[in-house]
Design a protein around this ligand. Structure first.
Ligand code: FES
Ligand code: FES
Length: 155
């Protein structure tokens, strides 16, 4: 069954026709060609597909496309300001928060949501915010450090 949906993504209004069984992840990667969010497990376990929907981190593989109607979505592509990287992105680069990089978009999205709620999170709060994001490279220490440094750099 087809559904006509309208929503906002990275500040841009969007109207699309989607199918009942399509996921948000399929829509953003295949239809909108925003390939930052990654396809990992498809079962809500790894967090590689994380996006922010109405201010909350969601696993895009677990959201059906018709549910997106009327929502506001932020993907990792929406973090930078044109060519200017977000402080979190800069910090991930500077502090080795990216190894193979597969988990990085999801980690950045969870970190962005955390810093929207708490400007100077403690390490424990960072760990808690990343609980749904797996890193197969085991780069957790550098990821946490990257987030800590970015939060301290914020005015
Ligand atoms: S691909 Fe969505 S949680 Fe793993
Ligand atoms: S950097 Fe490779 S999965 Fe996290």
């Amino acid at each position: 069954m087809k559904h006509h949906i309208s929503f906002t993504i990275n500040g841009q209004s969007m109207e699309l026709t989607v199918l009942s069984h399509q996921t948000l992840l399929e829509v953003i990667r295949n239809d909108l060609r925003l390939t930052g969010a990654k396809h990992g497990c498809s079962t809500g376990e790894c967090g590689a597909c994380s996006v922010i929907m109405n201010g909350e981190v969601v696993n895009a593989c677990m959201v059906l496309a018709p549910e997106v109607d009327g929502t506001d979505i932020l993907t990792v592509e929406g973090l930078s300001d044109g060519e200017e990287l977000h402080p979190l992105q800069k910090s991930f680069i500077d502090h080795h928060g990216v190894q193979c990089g597969y988990c990085a978009p999801g980690m950045l999205i969870s970190a962005k949501a955390l810093l929207s709620r708490t400007s100077r999170p403690h390490e424990e709060e960072i760990r808690e915010a990343l609980v749904g994001n797996l890193c197969r490279c085991g780069a957790y220490a550098d990821i946490i450090k990257s987030i800590q440094v970015a939060s301290r750099a914020r005015r």
